[in-house]
Ligand binder design. Structure first.
Ligand code: PEP
Ligand code: MG
Length: 297
């Protein structure tokens, strides 16, 4: 399957990308012929360190990945800690319900200096390839507008300093809360792409803790509520003329490929080892005849 196009028998092209958690994972992306990186979890920089990572350290890590991908899209997600990912030096308050607490974008919007440092590193890395910046755990349009203002500010700083970066760097958001589904049309007008985090979307839609081991069949990513949420987000994205992908675990679920094609998903971002089996299945599918059957209860 290496070197083959990610296209169905009837010509529907899918962007088949990879999820990575550190620059070392790029080797596996390249050896499995991933066509881009759909989710680079930037947390490793924060989790592996005992103090805030500097702009320079972050820049070097992002640049390494972007350079190795040679112009292919690299979607880098801004800091997503809190909940299951705790970092001591952030001194986050102990919370009764951390998954519903100050996590991910909420931390960045509460701590503009931490956010600014990461955004500067990301924009500087954009000069070396095709970076896309993605914000996690979005629930509201005002959050996206604030993120975009932070980006504008960083770009103005880099302009003033004469530091190179790409002005057309794409900005996207993760769709992983029910609120983001319900306001998807408004969110789609603000960004260049959506990427659905089905791990969290399942957790929040079904009110099922993704960390709990004993929820059994209650934690069901195939639940019609989750799949219908995907369809609502896809319709909103396409209405606004932007692309939509899936970067949660569900993206690699071969039994759902037809459903994803029917929903209109444009990109699947999966672990490097899942790329070639998924490609084989995409190349045997006929998108035109795929049905939305699984959306039924
Ligand atoms: C998700 O929620 O599906 C996702 C991709 O993000 P994470 O698993 O890192 O929360
Ligand atoms: Mg998530």
């Amino acid at each position: 399957m290496k070197g083959q196009e990610d296209v169905t028998l009837d010509g529907r092209k899918i962007m088949l990308y990879c999820n990575i958690g550190s620059p070392e994972d790029v080797t596996a992306v390249l050896s499995n012929d991933g066509q881009g990186i759909g989710l680079f979890r930037s947390e490793f920089l924060y989790l592996a360190s005992d103090d805030y990572p500097s702009e320079e350290d972050q820049f070097q890590a992002y640049k390494e990945v972007v350079t190795a991908m040679e112009g292919k899209r690299v979607v880098i997600r801004t800091l997503d800690i809190g909940a299951d990912k705790q970092v001591d030096y952030f001194e986050l308050q102990k919370e009764e319900n951390p998954a519903l607490g100050v996590r991910a974008i909420r931390i960045c919007l509460n701590r503009p200096e931490v956010f600014r440092t990461q955004l500067r590193a990301l924009y500087r890395a954009s000069a070396y390839g095709k970076v896309a910046i993605m914000f996690p755990m979005i629930t509201s349009v005002w959050e996206v507008k604030e993120c975009k203002r932070a980006c504008q500010k960083v770009m103005a700083e880099l302009d003033a300093e004469g530091v190179p970066y790409r002005k057309d760097t794409e900005i996207g958001i993760m769709i992983e809360t029910p609120a983001s589904i319900l306001v998807a049309e408004e969110l789609a007008k603000e960004v260049d792409f959506f990427s659905v985090g089905t791990n969290d979307l399942t957790q929040y839609t079904l009110a099922c803790d993704r960390q709990a081991n004993d929820l059994g069949k209650f934690f069901d990513p195939h639940h019609p509520a989750v799949l219908r949420a995907l369809k609502i987000a896809a319709d909103a994205a396409h209405k606004a003329g932007i692309w939509i992908g899936i970067c949660g675990e569900l993206g690699a679920d071969l039994s759902l490929l037809e459903t994803f094609l029917a929903i209109g998903i444009d990109e699947l971002s999966v672990s490097p080892a899942s790329v070639l089996p998924l490609r084989a299945q995409i190349r045997q599918a006929i998108a035109r005849t795929c049905t939305l059957e699984l959306l039924e209860c």
